[in-house]
Design a protein around this ligand. Structure first.
Ligand code: PMP
Length: 517
């Protein structure tokens, strides 16, 4: 698919048709679902005298505006011959570009290496790796210029295709031919008075602003920067190398919480947008306002976005304050909030039940306690072959470490993870496996096990036929090295590899659940 296909795919002017076709029906591949994101009216957050809208880029398949750029850059390089079949692709990114490239490269079969500073959210790394990319982390202190230099060195050394999103014109083209056209279609009848956007590469800012201004010079372009790192909106020019790349950090650059915006330099596209008169106004936004508006968008509008979306909407709300009656204002919302669960955006969100929630639970009487399932008069019969199975498994000299458990059980997974990390060979008997389900063999084995050990939970871990206990006992025994002693005492001793903080392998909810009243 080409970008032209996206264009022709977007039926012009007819809103009904556009919405009916967006992301419905059969698509040749995931790449064909990129773009045609919805523009949504904001009803509860803003003042009444304006019409406020949000363009929701989270509707892209990997949930950010960068899906557009990734597809455009890769397909432009395929057309120019710069990218050969099977060649490795590499890019330096604050994350969303990497996630988008990982999707495009997965579909098209290119190996991908992403270089990213270590301070961008953990979700980003994990998503990229899940999609098959390799993620190289660079020190936070080296900032964006550092990660770009690393990508450059790797690309040169290995002959990889470097995407260069900060200088690649395909970035601008993607936004001119898709994002901008979608906006023009959405506002073809009423017109758009203000378009508000932040910038990282400024592909969105320059590409969209160019098209909007070309069609209607009266549309005001509002560029948003972090309040503490105003670089484009300053008298200091970005120092550049002869080829236009930044020579070093901009003196006004500062760390800020709006991931994806304003790296430690001004992109050449941002500078070009300013010098060609595309920017009518700057609107600085504080990190605190960005996070607060992202939270308000979620709570009052049901719109879930990241800090850059919150920052853009915060700027749009500032614009609204002085905009004339009936003005139509559109804010670009670049991605989803789900990418920031481990960041300060979620600092105020408790993991345990709050007092208020506990009160809701306590507002109805507790159901009567369930009677114990194993009342003596109903003690289940344990077939002798089930007891024999358990005895044989524990007597088996080849299976020196044995775990009885369930396939789905998180505690069993904690033990599995420990044994894998420590390189301890073990036999897992999953009583809920498809094989042992037949004729309730698994259930009978479990009852035989419970009868033998007197313990009524799983996993149950044995070393040399002796019970160690459940997940917590095993992890504790590893921590205090009594497990090592047992392994060493076996007729054929096992040497465990060191594992740092084994108790952290327990299910993560366990620690927070401990705080439950
Ligand atoms: N917000 C987020 C979350 C982003 O990842 C990016 C891209 N770096 C942007 C905004 C800015 O987009 P652009 O690079 O097109 O300026």
């Amino acid at each position: 698919m080409t970008l032209q296909d996206i264009q022709t795919d977007t039926p012009a002017r007819d809103g009904t048709l556009r919405h009916a076709s967006r992301n419905r029906g059969l698509f040749p591949s995931i790449l064909d679902t990129i773009g045609r994101t919805p523009t949504v009216r904001i009803n509860n957050l803003g003042p009444r005298h304006v019409e406020l809208y949000a363009k929701l880029e989270a509707f892209n398949p990997m949930s950010s505006v960068k899906d557009r750029l990734a597809l455009a850059v890769i397909e432009a390089a395929e057309r120019s011959g710069d990218l050969k079949p099977g060649q490795t692709v590499i890019e330096a990114t604050s994350g969303n570009t990497g996630i988008a490239l990982a999707m495009v490269c997965a579909q098209k079969g290119y190996p991908l290496v992403i270089v990213m500073a270590e301070n961008f959210s953990i979700e980003r790394r994990v998503l990229m790796r899940f999609l098959g990319a390799k993620v190289i982390l660079t020190p936070a202190a080296e900032r964006a210029t550092g990660m770009m230099a690393t990508a450059e060195r790797l690309a040169t050394a290995h002959g990889w295709f470097l995407c260069r999103q900060f200088e690649n014109n395909a970035n601008i083209e993607a936004h001119r031919t898709t994002t901008a056209r979608e906006i023009l279609t959405d506002f073809s009848e009423e017109g758009l008075d203000y378009w508000v956007s932040g910038f990282g590469t400024a592909g969105t800012l320059k590409g969209v602003a160019e098209e909007l201004k070309r069609k209607n010079p009266a549309t005001q372009i509002v560029a948003v920067e972090p309040e503490n790192a105003q670089m484009l909106n300053s008298d200091v020019l970005q120092p550049r190398l002869p080829d236009g790349r930044p020579a070093r950090s901009h003196p006004n650059s500062r760390a800020h919480p709006i991931q994806g915006w304003s790296p430690d330099f001004v992109s050449i596209f941002a500078e070009q947008a300013l010098s060609s008169g595309l920017i009518d106004r700057f609107q600085p936004v504080s990190g605190a306002a960005a996070l607060q508006v992202a939270r308000r968008l979620a709570a009052l509008e049901g719109i879930f976005c990241g800090p850059s979306g919150g920052a853009t909407m915060a700027a749009a709300l500032e614009v609204a304050k002085t905009a004339p009656d009936g003005a139509r204002i559109l804010a670009m919302i670049p991605d989803t909030g789900e990418r920031y669960l481990t960041t300060p955006l979620f600092d105020d969100v408790p993991v345990t039940m709050t007092a208020e929630e506990a009160k809701i639970l306590a507002s109805v009487p507790k159901p009567p306690r369930q009677r114990a399932q194993n009342r003596p008069d109903q003690e289940p019969v344990i077939p002798p072959q089930a007891s024999a199975f358990v005895a044989a498994a524990l007597a088996d000299t080849d299976a020196r470490v044995v775990m009885f458990g369930f396939e789905w059980c998180e505690f069993c997974w904690s033990v599995r993870k420990l044994f894998d990390l420590a390189a301890i060979p073990f036999q897992a008997i999953d009583v809920d496996s498809a094989e042992l389900r037949k004729g309730d063999a698994g259930g009978q084995i479990l009852r035989a096990l419970f009868a033998r050990t007197g313990m009524r939970t799983v996993p149950q871990v044995f070393i040399g036929g002796e019970l160690v206990g459940g997940a917590t006992e095993v992890l504790n025994a590893f921590e205090d090295r009594t497990l090592h002693a047992r392994l060493a005492a076996l007729p054929r001793p096992i040497r465990a590899q060191p594992v740092e903080d084994p108790l952290s392998l327990l299910p993560q909810w366990l620690n927070s659940a401990k705080g439950l009243g």
